[in-house]
Design a protein around this ligand. Structure first.
Ligand code: 8DG
Length: 133
């Protein structure tokens, strides 16, 4: 049986743009885009995991808001259970410490990126909301 991997992703919106991160060549899902975040550690709440991951990966602090989506996607390496949340930057601006690249896109440009399959429902939901001008 494939292993279950519980992951949280942050949809950080600032100045009407959404932050995306591109995975590196030596990672699983090379060059796919994702929402910054990572695996929930034992005993951690999803919100605490997301704050920790964003602090580690992007060196900034966030407030975690409403849940956007919960997706279960079976990859060849395991079954990812991805929960995404709207997040706001509280302190600092994102610094890329782990990804191949990251950047900001408008709501309408989101679907131009090559998203990890587990992220598609979140992307579609963000696109359908009247979030950003
Ligand atoms: N962070 C993140 N991971 C995602 C997303 N979509 C998606 O399929 N994944 C997958 C990729 C990875 O297989 C897994 C998350 O693992 P990771 O390597 O980013 O997590 P981590 O930072 O805790 O990793 P590590 O400590 O084990 O190195 O979930 C997403 O939007 N964000």
């Amino acid at each position: 049986m494939k292993k279950d991997i519980h992951v949280v992703g942050a949809v950080i919106i600032a100045n009407n743009q959404v932050l995306y991160a591109e995975r590196g060549p030596s990672m699983e899902l090379p060059y796919f885009c994702e929402f910054p975040g990572g695996k929930i550690e034992h005993g951690e709440t999803p919100e605490a995991a997301l704050k920790r991951e964003i602090d580690e990966e992007l060196c900034c602090q966030i407030e975690v808001g409403e849940q956007i989506e919960h997706t279960v996607y079976e990859y060849d390496f395991g079954v990812v259970h991805l929960t995404t949340y709207f997040c706001e930057l509280l302190q600092g601006s994102p610094v890329n410490t782990e990804h191949h690249a990251f950047g900001w896109v408008s709501q309408t440009e989101l679907s131009d990126l090559k998203w990890a399959p587990a992220d598609i429902p979140t992307v579609e939901k963000i696109e359908s909301l009247d979030l950003i001008n």
